[in-house]
Design a protein around this ligand. Structure first.
Ligand code: CP
Length: 324
């Protein structure tokens, strides 16, 4: 267990050692146990987290805010549109100023080509830890919750076959951050990770290179497929979710048009039938029901989406308690 995480930023799990991530999982399970038993765990009494959102959220906002209250502190919700950011507050000023009011800064900024740089600029100016609540490149707390869910249900994750797959959705062109964080993190735990997507829906090449390096170091594997059904075949865990084709076109309308050519990439009962009988279905949510996944799959016996959403709370509390 690592005990020197106070003051650390979490922008991508790749910047934390495996020992440090193991510590997060261990502390998350302990805090989950304490909450289940009703044991108080006010580890952050009198501490305040600023949560700055440039984009909508259900789970992230609610779980960070609940987590801070359960840890004895407070979370302040700040929407960029109700601040003076639009009138000139810079990232440096946000880091300097909110860093003086608070004990931690959490930020969601998913604009393509902007979000990660913004969060890093705030972190450079902040005297307190900066936590990435999702940017254009990474969604580290989602991937940590997903890993915890897999480990809780399956134990040793080594050699599990996991399919991180694109699926069709209509609601909006979702960021690349979830699949990128997943392939980076799951490969470090010795899983056999498949990344499955139509040719236009590529992830950043440096993420693939890092996933390959991680897999080699951990004794697992990493492969890229372009056949939706092949991704499901004999998988232990399937994670079909949509993302935009930002690397093919900067035009979101064009991305949506290209996606419509793959409208049959829906996680349905037939696809689940290709995976192992006890295969776990994961999705970070929100999902486009009836389009990205059928009700029968997301509400079915293989689905772990509610445990997965719950685990956001526990991993976030662990990271806040360790860093703030
Ligand atoms: N999975 C996730 O980050 O959910 P929200 O967008 O609702 O926060």
């Amino acid at each position: 267990m690592q005990t020197h995480l106070r003051g650390r930023d979490l922008i991508t799990t790749q910047e934390w050692t495996k020992d440090e991530i193991d510590t997060v999982l261990e502390v998350a399970l302990e805090l989950k146990r304490r909450r289940a038993l009703g044991e108080p765990h006010a580890l952050l009494r009198d501490k305040v987290l600023a949560m700055l959102f440039f984009f909508s959220s259900t789970r992230t906002r609610a779980s960070f805010e609940a987590g801070m209250a359960q840890l004895g502190g407070h979370a302040q919700f700040i929407e960029s549109k109700s601040t003076q950011i639009a009138h000139g507050d810079t990232a440096k000023e946000i880091g300097e100023i909110l860093g003086r009011y608070n004990d931690g800064l959490a930020i969601r900024q998913v604009d393509w080509g902007v979000g990660n740089g913004y969060i890093r600029e705030v972190a450079g100016a902040s005297r307190v830890p900066v936590l990435n609540m999702q940017c254009d490149r990474f969604h580290p707390f989602q991937a940590l919750a997903d890993l915890l869910t897999i480990v809780e249900r399956r134990g040793d994750p080594r050699n599990l076959t996991v399919d991180v797959s694109w699926a069709y959705a209509e609601s909006y062109q979702k960021p690349l951050s979830v699949p990128q964080s997943l392939i980076l993190l799951l490969t470090r735990y010795g899983m056999n990770v498949r990344l499955t997507h139509p040719p236009e829906f590529k992830l950043l090449p440096e993420m693939l290179d890092q996933a390959e390096t991680n897999a080699r170091a951990a004794g697992g594997s990493f492969e890229v497929l372009d056949d939706f059904d092949a991704g499901f075949r004999d998988a232990d865990v399937v994670y079909p979710k949509s993302w935009g084709c930002m690397l093919t076109t900067a035009d979101l309308e064009e991305s949506a048009r290209i996606g419509r050519g793959y409208a049959d990439w829906i996680a349905d009962e037939a696809r689940m039938g290709l995976a192992k009988a006890d295969a776990m279905y994961l999705h970070c949510l929100p999902a486009d029901r009836g389009i990205e996944v059928t009700d029968g799959v997301i509400d079915g016996p293989n689905s772990a989406v509610y445990d997965e959403a719950e685990n956001r709370l526990h991993v976030q509390k662990a990271v806040m308690a360790l860093t703030m």
